[in-house]
Design a protein around this ligand. Sequence first.
Ligand code: ATP
Ligand code: MG
Length: 233
Amino acid sequence: MKQLISLKNICRSYRNGDQELQVLKNINLEVHEGEFVAIMGPSGSGKSTLMNIIGMLDTPTSGEYYLEEKEVAGLGEKQLAKVRNQEIGFVFQQFFLLSKMDALQNVELPLIYAGVPASKRRKLAKEYLEKVELTDRSHHLPSELSGGQKQRVAIARALVNNPSIILADEPTGALDTKTGNQIMQLLVELNKEGKTIIMVTHEPEIAAYAKRQIVIRDGIISSDSVQVEKEEN
Ligand SMILES: Nc1ncnc2c1ncn2[C@@H]1O[C@H](COP(=O)(O)OP(=O)(O)OP(=O)(O)O)[C@@H](O)[C@H]1O
Ligand SMILES: [Mg+2]
């Protein structure tokens, strides 16, 4: 499979007066098309920092990041925004839906940024809301939706530009176990359809849905293992 992400010796540190806090230390990571990766590790170990770098919301202090074989550091602001919008879909623990927009409008947002004409936007947003089984909630505001429904709207929004990668930082963190498992079923389906997914979670039961588990400790990848495929009867 095609290599999507390649991180070479990625470091990220923060300066605090004359102290330097090294959050990521020489991270080397490759992710191929079609993978489903779970990133685990203690609080403060650098998981979100890594996700933000992969999602191009943050830049490393040193090291190289190649997305589809293009070095991200070589992209200008405009190109960066375009790649971020079209190649990567984000899902967060806290959903981050716009509260004054209904479900359909929230899903449409990335298409507005991408400059897709209104009629096509509407059609695509409807299609993706249907994919997450929320057609009957199209005109509800986020405050009128359950946690699981909100996360499904956020997933539809992440998918609507047909990105190659879905980045999900604790997508089930704010949900009860049952709802969390439903969201995971949806992510598993999307992965079967070919989406590459990288997800952060604290819960081993949630990480078990992924095909590959990575553990980060203190800014270093301490383990990286691929699960043996289970036979499906
Ligand atoms: N903007 C910042 N300035 C200074 N330090 C930061 C900044 N952002 C993160 N850090 C520090 O970097 C470390 C890693 O943070 P990060 O958010 O990546 O952890 P995490 O593994 O996602 O933790 P959690 O499981 O709690 O979400 C923490 O010690 C945090 O305090
Ligand atoms: Mg985090």
